[in-house]
Design a protein around this ligand. Structure first.
Ligand SMILES: [Zn+2]
Length: 239
């Protein structure tokens, strides 16, 4: 079986086959095991400012009501695999997202658990393709979000405010935040080394004591810096 980590291709998860998905699962599980072995917060040892990278492909969060409208009353919302952050998971379910020019992207995965709002997180590349102009905001800030139609096996729903480009952000515990000299809501910068070394600014700090230390970049940011998962970024400090 070929590994998506070895193929050197910058395609999105969708363009890859099921094999890539299996590789992704293996990678996620090994990261969780590594983190568990190291003890949650000590992924970043004292003195080390390395933060593990997670690359977020386009994905969807739904309310239970919207899920029922798209999949019918009889379909249960089911987990496919756990994600790195405790309690979060990739569900078995995908949707097609359709923009105002009727351009569509199929196979966009719904992440669980179900939420109190409907939200589609896309990259700017996706947005340009779909013909929408979503704001760059923190997850859940949907006041200026862009419209999309979601199409599932049981129906379709037009949602006037659902599409956003998620702000770059770092998940961490309050104890990690204390060690790094930041607090929830702060903005910081991080450095990526390598052939396409880059400094990312305006990275939002998000704290929750259940979270594992991890930076989330979307596929546009990760591709711009030529980085994949299984890599670390260096924390530079508060802006
Ligand atoms: Zn995140």
């Amino acid at each position: 079986m070929s590994s998506s980590g070895d193929c050197g291709c910058s395609k999105t998860v969708e363009s890859h086959s099921r094999e890539a998905l299996v590789d992704l699962i293996v990678r996620e599980v090994s990261l969780v095991l590594q983190a568990k072995r190291a003890g949650r917060s000590s992924v970043m040892d004292a003195g080390s400012r390395k933060i593990p990278l997670g690359v977020s492909n386009r994905h969807i969060h739904l309310t239970a009501a919207t899920f029922r409208r798209l999949f019918g009353e009889k379909t249960a919302f089911e987990q496919m695999r756990p994600l790195y952050q405790p309690g979060e998971f990739a569900s078995k379910h995908t949707l097609t997202i359709v923009g105002p020019k009727l351009r569509s992207i199929p196979g966009v995965r719904i992440l669980g658990p179900l939420r109190r709002y409907d939200q589609v997180e896309v990259s700017l590349t996706d947005a340009v393709f779909l013909g929408i102009d979503p704001p760059v905001v923190n997850s859940g800030s949907l006041g200026d979000a862009a419209p999309l139609t979601l199409v599932g096996p049981g129906g379709s729903v037009y949602i006037e405010k659902c599409a956003i480009i998620a702000s770059r952000h770092i998940h961490m515990t309050n104890s990690d935040a204390g060690r790094l000299g930041v607090k929830d809501g702060d903005r910081c910068s991080v450095r990526v080394t390598g052939e396409k070394s880059t400094v990312f600014e305006n990275v939002l700090i998000r704290t929750n004591d259940n979270w594992l230390l991890q930076i989330h970049l979307d596929t546009d940011d990760a591709n711009a810096a030529n980085i994949r998962e299984e890599t670390f970024v260096e924390f530079l400090g508060k802006m």
